[in-house]
Design a protein around this ligand. Structure first.
Ligand code: AMP
Length: 276
């Protein structure tokens, strides 16, 4: 049976009562197949699984974006019950960030490139809430999606640098049958944009194809990807070829490179990535 905790003391008590290993899947809710794949992984690998739903105000640069982020608690609870999750943590911002809140995690250069460049302060908010949740829940394993590759790099570095005794496990990106990476933000796309959004994955596949053919120059591949994306109404924010851990841009490609991109359709910014 799903147990729901809304305060830190309630959730701590539930965590202390559960025996054996436990897996933690942090989310912002509006649950979809991407979240469910992480939940399934956690259920397979742990004695119990805890999911948190918290739309973290500290990781939104604009309050409008925070206010309009999609939410559906009723639906999420149904999904979690069906998935046989053990504990749902639904904290309140007021308890996590009381008025005199002062402390943040700074991931330096990892947080100022790619997504961080377009969304200043975003990863400071992400790393801070993840560390807070880790400290409250003390899970054995924590699950993150490859969909958010920069988040994965930052969280992995954080647990290493700050000696956090939690194993970070990464789940593959879950896609619609047409290739579009599933995201809570996809609901903000209209029918035409939804169709055009396929171009992100198509551009990544084009990069893979050119790389396999022997192209090692990222600039040339970027040009081809850009041309493809420009056949739609999407506006490119960035296309990047970077080291998967340091996120430093590369001039010569090799296997294992993180290819990531962000494209805006109207007001909606979509991201996707693959590893070559
Ligand atoms: P969010 O609710 O968007 O903060 O996402 C919660 C977790 O689910 C993060 O670790 C995401 O990377 C992961 N996630 C979101 N979408 C997908 C997807 N399409 N495939 C795999 N993981 C995902």
């Amino acid at each position: 049976m799903l147990k729901i905790a809304k305060t830190i003391s309630q959730v701590k008590k539930l965590c202390e009562e559960s025996n054996g290993s436990f897996g933690f899947v942090p989310t912002m809710g509006y649950l979809h197949e991407g979240h469910l794949s992480l939940i399934k992984k956690s259920k397979k690998q742990n004695d119990s699984t805890i999911v948190s739903i918290f739309v973290n105000p500290k990781q939104f640069e604009k309050s409008e974006d925070f206010r309009t982020y999609p939410r559906d608690e009723k639906h999420d609870i149904k999904v979690l019950k069906k998935a046989k999750v053990d504990i749902l943590f639904l904290p309140k911002a007021k308890e996590l960030y009381p008025d005199n809140y002062k402390t943040y995690v700074d991931s330096e250069a990892l947080s100022s490139v790619l997504e961080g460049k377009s969304r200043p302060g975003h990863f400071r908010g992400v790393a801070t809430i993840v560390l807070k949740l880790f400290n409250i829940l003390k899970p054995t394993n924590a699950y993150f999606g490859q969909k958010d590759a920069q988040q994965v790099a930052i969280i992995k570095k954080m647990v290493t640098d700050l000696n956090v005794p939690i194993k970070i496990i990464v789940g593959e990106t879950i896609r619609e049958p047409n290739g579009v990476a599933i995201s809570s933000r996809n609901v903000n796309l209209d029918a035409k944009q939804r169709q055009e959004a396929i171009v992100l994955y198509q551009a990544l596949q084009l990069a893979q194809k050119l790389f396999k053919k022997g192209e090692k120059n990222p600039q040339k591949i970027k040009l081809a990807m850009g041309k493809l994306i420009q056949t739609t109404g999407g506006n490119i924010d960035y296309i990047s070829f970077a080291n998967n851990q340091t996120l430093k841009e590369l001039t010569d490609l090799e296997k294992g490179v993180l290819v990531s991109l962000a494209v805006k359709f109207g007001k909606t910014r979509l991201i996707d990535n693959i590893i070559l």
